[in-house]
Design a binder for this molecule. Structure first.
Ligand code: DGY
Length: 311
């Protein structure tokens, strides 16, 4: 069996693939070019790929023997799942193993933006700090405020579970009939209108693309903060930059972007936005577990068994 792996994996994980077949490892530091990907897919039975790889029709058509696309990410908007299915190819993702690290990271962003950590660090590093001042760089407290979660899946709930430690109440807007004690279901409009921190936890789909657009942003409280650890295109970045410039909201903390790794230049120019490079699941433990789950899926499917985490 031939397995194509589009980025270096931890050696302990890679060893499991070497045990079941021949591994073609793309060793580049950046995403594999689409033409290179297609060329390498010709004789491939299983593909282990990342969210930065676009697995579209052209890629799938280049892979007549492909049986599984194992995406190392919980999100799978980079894969044409419907087309893969129509070709009898199993697509898998890596849910659960990253839930806690992304939830922790979401709180890191909430605390960092409301207490102006990156802004303060920039002041220190450019030598502009003139000393302690009673009214200097004041942030916002969390206690007694409302955390509004857009999406209430595994990660949204894990974020909610940490809210009581900061004495925040939780509201959520989600499809379906999810009911949880201590969390108030609201429409998206109500949630945007009433929340002090709005955190996004929905997958990227045609319905959620630009869910947070100009109109949505104008519904938020001027004192509110927007957090995005889900997928960049859920937020219209140009609209967000405009809203932040006009102080229609207090700030935003972003881990993900519309055109990664590019960042909208208007955002780069603003102080009231914290920008980090898609680090939500970036711990050694979680990234190893994600790679391992993807590889376990390959081992199951190539062994003729059902995938562990099919999408
Ligand atoms: C995912 O798994 O979808 C995350 O964005 C990776 O950090």
């Amino acid at each position: 069996m031939n397995v194509l792996v589009t980025r270096k994996l931890p050696s302990s994980v890679l060893a499991k693939l070497h045990a079941i077949g021949s591994v073609d490892l793309y060793a580049g530091n950046a995403a594999i070019a689409p033409s290179e990907l297609r060329a390498r897919l010709v004789d491939t039975d299983a593909l282990v790929c990342l969210l930065t790889d676009t697995i579209d029709r052209a890629a799938i058509d280049a892979a007549p023997k492909l049986k599984i696309i194992a995406n190392i990410a919980v999100g799978y908007d980079n894969v044409d799942v419907a087309y893969a299915r129509s070709r009898g190819i199993v697509v898998t993702n890596t849910p659960d193993v990253l839930t806690e690290s992304v939830a922790d990271f979401t709180w890191a962003l909430i605390l960092a933006i409301t207490r102006r950590l990156s802004e303060g660090e920039r002041v220190v590093r450019r030598g502009a700090w003139e000393g302690w001042g009673l009214g200097f760089m004041l942030g916002t407290e969390l206690q007694g405020k409302q955390l509004g979660l857009v999406g209430f899946g595994r990660i949204g709930r894990a974020v909610a579970a940490r809210a009581s430690a900061f004495r925040m109440r939780v509201a959520y807007a989600a499809r379906g009939t999810t009911q949880l004690p201590d969390a108030q279901p609201l429409s998206l409009d109500q949630l945007l209108n009433t929340s002090d921190v709005v955190s996004l936890h929905v997958p990227l789909t045609p319905e959620t693309r630009h869910l947070i657009d100009k109109k949505a942003l104008t519904r938020m409280k001027r004192s509110a903060y927007l957090i995005n650890t889900s997928r960049g295109p859920i937020v219209d970045e140009a609209a967000l930059a405009w809203a932040l410039r006009e102080h229609l909201l207090a700030g935003a903390a972003l881990d993900v972007y519309e055109h990664e790794p590019a960042i909208h230049p208007d955002l780069l120019a603003l102080e009231n936005v914290l920008l980090v490079p898609h680090l939500g699941s970036a711990t050694t433990e979680t990234r190893t577990a994600m790679a391992d789950l993807a590889v376990q899926n390959v081992i199951e499917v190539l062994g003729g068994r059902p995938a562990i985490t099919p999408v």
